[in-house]
Ligand binder design. Structure first.
Ligand SMILES: CC(C)(COP(=O)(O)OP(=O)(O)OC[C@H]1O[C@@H](n2cnc3c(N)ncnc32)[C@H](O)[C@@H]1OP(=O)(O)O)[C@@H](O)C(=O)NCCC(=O)NCCS
Length: 185
């Protein structure tokens, strides 16, 4: 089945789109003893830093300038990473809004002592906002999904975007309601 193509971004005809492949990036890193937690496996925060680095590189490439992390969600750790593993962090722009981009990241580990193919050990979705020299959001080129997989990722990212906005709105409404009722917290 062919996925539905993203809706044309008619509000910004002056910014040409960029295909997903133009900014897709892989960052590779060998894990060392400096990266471990008390259990002797790699600390989750080390992986999260690599994820943020790879996603930031992709967001900068796609938007053609600086971009900052606005949120990181659904960071999932599937398998432990060990010292000596060669970790590959693969990132691409899944979706673009007016000034923000969702970057999807997959983390793979090549075990130093096994000849098996790289195993997926984690994944995450990050939202980056492109910013100008004063740190204010600036418009981004629309991403043009190419493969069927890219199109699926684009559609899934739209679902996550809808849920993020709805969750934020619901929480703000609850806070306003509690404040109106006189609760101070
Ligand atoms: C991200 C940031 C630029 C947003 O600025 P803002 O004044 O709130 O601007 P906006 O509300 O217009 O948001 C800009 C875009 O980011 C998106 N966005 C903002 N906060 C978001 C969040 N928490 N989750 C998802 N998207 C978010 C908005 O939806 C908007 O996207 P769109 O233009 O595609 O619709 C600003 O909050 C910031 O600079 N944060 C610090 C970023 C940083 O330093 N990161 C590194 C961590 S140390």
């Amino acid at each position: 089945m062919t996925d539905q193509a993203p809706a044309p971004q008619t509000d910004r005809p002056d910014i040409p789109g960029k295909p997903t492949s133009a900014s897709r990036t892989t960052l590779s890193h060998i894990m060392t003893h400096n990266d471990t937690n008390l259990l002797g496996t790699v600390h989750g925060g080390v992986i999260m830093k690599l994820v943020d680095d790879a996603a930031g590189a992709v967001a900068g490439r796609h938007s053609g300038g600086p971009a900052v992390t606005a949120s990181m969600d659904e960071m999932v750790f599937l398998e432990p990473v060990r010292v000596g593993d060669l970790v590959h962090v693969k990132a691409q722009v899944n979706w673009t809004g007016r000034t923000s981009m969702e970057v999807g990241v997959r983390v793979l580990a090549e075990r130093w002592n096994e000849s098996a193919p790289a195993t997926q050990v984690g994944s995450a979705y990050l939202v980056f906002a492109a910013v100008d020299a004063d740190g204010r959001p600036r418009r981004v080129p629309p991403v043009l999904p190419e493969s069927e997989r890219d199109k699926r990722r684009y559609q899934e990212a739209q679902i996550r975007r809808t849920h993020r906005l709805a969750r934020r709105r619901a929480i703000m409404e609850l806070r306003e309601k509690r404040a109106a009722e006189g609760y101070e917290d």
